[in-house]
Design a protein around this ligand. Sequence first.
Ligand code: SAH
Length: 241
Amino acid sequence: MLNNIRIVLVDTSHPGNIGAAARAMKNMCLSQMHLVTPHHYPSEEATSRASGADDLLANAIVHNSLDEALTGCRLVVGTSARPRTISWPVLSPRNAATKLTDEAALGEVALVFGREKSGLSNSELDRCNFLVHIPTNEAYSSLNLGAAVQVLSYEIYLASMLELNSPSEIPRDLATAEMMQGFHEHLTQALDDVGFTDPRQSERLLRRLRSLFQRARPDKDEINILRGILSAMQGGKSMRR
Ligand code: SAH
């Protein structure tokens, strides 16, 4: 089940942090590392900081985009060093770990970490169903990337031991990250086509709608129904990919 949990590092600047993350993951029995546009990789510094977890580095998959790294995932949890203002639901590390392990029993899931300097962008957070924030000193809330991977990997490992005894999720065939992204693009287009929004002026509205559907966790049939409605609104025009 832990093999279904992807740790995704976005746009990492320092190769040492990639090595530290690999070590933290291996300590906690996680193995699936995905790197989105790392600045320096492969790198000797990453290998030396991984100290014995270089098998994880060797198997890490490098992607050109976050969407590519999330392909096939039924649940995406993003990390945030700050409590956010917009309506992304924020989970505690313990609750996030329970959700991730519950759903990893049913399919692929991802936990996404941001850049050292600026974290995850809003459009990257848009891909997430939930956010997780590690509680900290409010005046100094940003952990080193490798340390954040360590804390959350530990919580996932603990949750996985409890999960073996009592899975709490009822299996549902949830829409994958790329189906959700296709739906959001279709929704944006359809609302524009019927004159409800102008994409240049409705960023906030679209972000709220996105957050509503990301939170609702629709299954594949529900997404197909919603896309059928959108196509009908557009006069039968289909954007299905
Ligand atoms: N200045 C950035 C901090 C980035 S820290 C910002 O304000 O967003 C680099 C990464 O480490 C973050 O993107 C996140 O993935 C992780 N991280 C650091 N502190 C964290 C915290 N308190 N909770 C959750 N993730 C954290």
